[in-house]
Write a protein that binds this ligand. Structure first.
Ligand SMILES: [Zn+2]
Ligand SMILES: [Zn+2]
Length: 164
């Protein structure tokens, strides 16, 4: 079992099977994941930055079997951002919420900012730190890791950045 609720007051009361719910800006798309999540981390890669129009994106991962879109499945469009990966967004309001990839089979990654409340763990790292923007200062002491980190090596088949 991974360490959960290790940060006081952050999801400390969640137990296995508890729902984590959320959705898009317009409310057309809603989702539900089940505790425990797989990970939570900030991603600074150029793919995420471009797709979300943001300095970085905070993701929480779920096993496919522990996640479902509960409303508006037909409104979710999956954009193939690379040969390996897809990013799901609401076609009504444009909110980007989901990521899935051949290199992370059996998982779905969900934007933490789309979750209504708390999840069962705090963000634990800054991923693909080499691509971070210069105009935002990170003030925490979380580990900063790059493509050569063992946990990220499976993503090396994906180009480092979009071609455009
Ligand atoms: Zn929407
Ligand atoms: Zn990313």
């Amino acid at each position: 079992m991974t360490a959960r609720g290790s940060v006081i007051g952050y999801g400390a009361t969640m137990k296995d099977g508890d729902p984590i719910v959320g959705g898009c800006l317009c409310g057309s798309v809603r989702f539900e994941g089940r505790v425990p999540s797989l990970f939570c981390a900030h991603c600074h890669c150029q793919w995420c930055r471009r797709a979300h129009g943001a300095a970085f994106v905070t993701w929480v991962g779920f096993r496919d079997a522990a996640f479902r879109i509960t409303k508006g499945t037909d409104l979710v469009r999956w954009y193939a951002s690379s040969n390996e990966s897809e990013r799901g967004f609401c076609t009504t309001c444009g909110t980007t919420m989901f990521y899935r990839s051949k290199v992370a089979a059996g998982e779905i990654h969900v934007t933490l900012a789309s979750v209504d409340g708390e999840v069962d763990r705090a963000p634990k790292a800054h991923l693909f730190w080499a691509d971070h923007v210069s105009w935002f200062t990170v003030g925490d002491d979380l580990p900063k890791v790059d493509r050569d980190h063992p946990a990220l090596q499976k993503f090396q088949v994906i180009p480092n950045r979009p071609t455009s």
